[in-house]
Every structure is written in C-alpha cells, then in structure tokens.
Design a protein around this ligand. Structure first.
Ligand code: ZN
Length: 192
C-alpha cells in the first residue's frame, strides 16, 4: 500500500530516527508499504521520515538503475535480484578510508522537481539489520553507496540540500522556499 510522501519543510524531516528494537509484523508491513511508496513514486530509496515516521528504517531498490557499482554482501556477491528491494534497519555507515569524493546531481522524493550537485565519498561499508532483525554488512560504491548515504542522512535529520555547496544551493534557493511555503499552506488546510 502506497503512503503519502512528506515534503520539505515538514518538521519530521529534521527529526533523528529512533533506534528500532522490535522486529514484528507491523515493522515488516511498514517496510513493505515503504517499498510500494518508493516504487509508485519512481524513486530508488525512501527513508521513514519521508512517510512521517522518525525511526531508523529505510528502503532501497536499484534493480532498474544502471549498474555502475560493485557490492559485497556478508562476504558474497549475490545478484541484485536476491537482495533488492532492501530494507535497512538501524544502519550505520563507515566511509572507506582511502576512497575518493565525487559529485553527482541528486534528487529527493521530498523535494519534487528540485535537483542539485552533491559531493559524497564513493566507497562505504554499511552495517544494518533486515526487517527480521538479522544483521548484515554491505560493502559498496557508486550509486548504491550514494543512495544509502542519502537515505541514512534522512534517518539522522540531514537533507541533501545541507550537503550542497553554497553556490549550488543558491541557484535553487527560490524553488526550495516555494516548496516550503506550499508544504506550510497544505498543512494549514489539513488542520483547518
Ligand atoms: Zn531524499
């Protein structure tokens, strides 16, 4: 079931997610709904804050993307189809010590039509649990690592506009302000 997506500058997007300790049917259902929401919106990742919940849960699916990245999941290299869509619970990222930073234009489902260049490190190792609580270690780079960094930022209340250089951010500042106003106005209507 697809859920409504929260837009900037809803306050929940700035809340750090609480750690998840209960791996029950409700969590599995929420993760499945988030996957539906991500697919319906044409996204490759979605964090719980984006559906209005401040908890450490995000989903990622890169099966439709160009495979310009490598991965090693729990020491093996399973086909993407076997582990995507992925549910990451309580993820923690470690940047590879000798990896390079690079720039890619990113978008975000909470910022419709707004895009901008973001610098991020390439190679990461992320430890997380799946929706059943089983721990995993994923080493990856390229778009997969970038997508996971973007989503884990959401889980900590950090948005991609925070990571843009000043001059990049300045170019889209008017669009960001207009979006914040539209979100505010929509909330007023709901509360009225
Ligand atoms: Zn996002």
């Amino acid at each position: 079931m697809s859920l409504p997506i929260v837009h900037y500058n809803d306050p929940v997007l700035r809340r750090k997610g609480d750690k998840i300790t209960s791996f029950d049917a409700a969590l599995a259902r929420l993760a499945a709904d988030m996957v539906d929401t991500m697919h319906d919106a044409g996204g490759i990742g979605l964090a719980a804050q984006q559906i209005g919940r401040a908890i450490q849960l995000c989903v990622v699916d890169l099966r439709a993307a160009e495979i310009d990245f490598t991965w090693e999941l729990d020491g093996a290299k399973p086909p993407l189809e076997l582990f995507m869509p992925m549910t990451l619970v309580n993820p923690v990222i470690k940047i590879d010590p000798d990896t390079d930073d690079y720039i890619v234009e990113e978008g975000c489902l909470s910022f419709p039509q707004i895009r901008g260049d973001v610098v991020r490190p390439d190679g990461i190792t992320v430890t997380y649990q799946d929706e059943r609580g089983v721990p995993h270690t994923l080493r990856c780079n390229g778009l997969l690592a970038r997508c996971i960094q973007h989503e884990v930022d959401h889980l900590n209340g950090i948005l991609f506009i925070d990571r843009m250089e000043k001059k990049i951010r300045a170019k889209i500042d008017a669009d960001i302000k207009a979006l914040a106003k539209a979100t505010r106005d929509a909330a007023k209507k709901t509360n009225a």
